[in-house]
Design a protein around this ligand. Sequence first.
Ligand code: NI
Length: 174
Amino acid sequence: MATREIVTLPDPVLRQKARKVPAVTEDIRTLIDDMVETMRAAPGVGLAAPQVGDSRRVIVVEYAEPPEQEGEPARPPKLFTLVNPEIVRRAPDQVKGVEGCLSVPGYLGEVERFESITIKGLNRAGLPVRIKAAGWLARIFQHEIDHLEGTLFIDRAEEVWKGEEKEIESIAAD
Ligand code: NI
């Protein structure tokens, strides 16, 4: 595994529609592993392949759900690696939340996202998977899948502002 360089605006790869992956090969698995290492090193809670300059439909997400009740211990983070992810169901409700992006460093914006979604795609082994996600996890998936279309959170945000260092640290960047 190796970390890869995270590309930032105005790199044109961030604005391209990523290509569908025809098969989960060794090359794709290496890309996935490098993306996981890069995401953890950043650190971030998600990364899409275009953010490491590879215009193929691959995303990685790692997120720890908050405890259900106050005072309970934090849950261990869950890692998702998805090839050709596709949102197949969107709950009608949308919620606002503040996002940042490793490819748009220093900026934050409030974005409306679907509160819960179902995604299908292929896992690292090339097997079909279906994931139901709600809340912040659903937000991260929507942010990463947007990257595959060349869409950034700044396109969806009504307002974008320069974030304070402290504020950015407290909001998990993806
Ligand atoms: Ni991003």
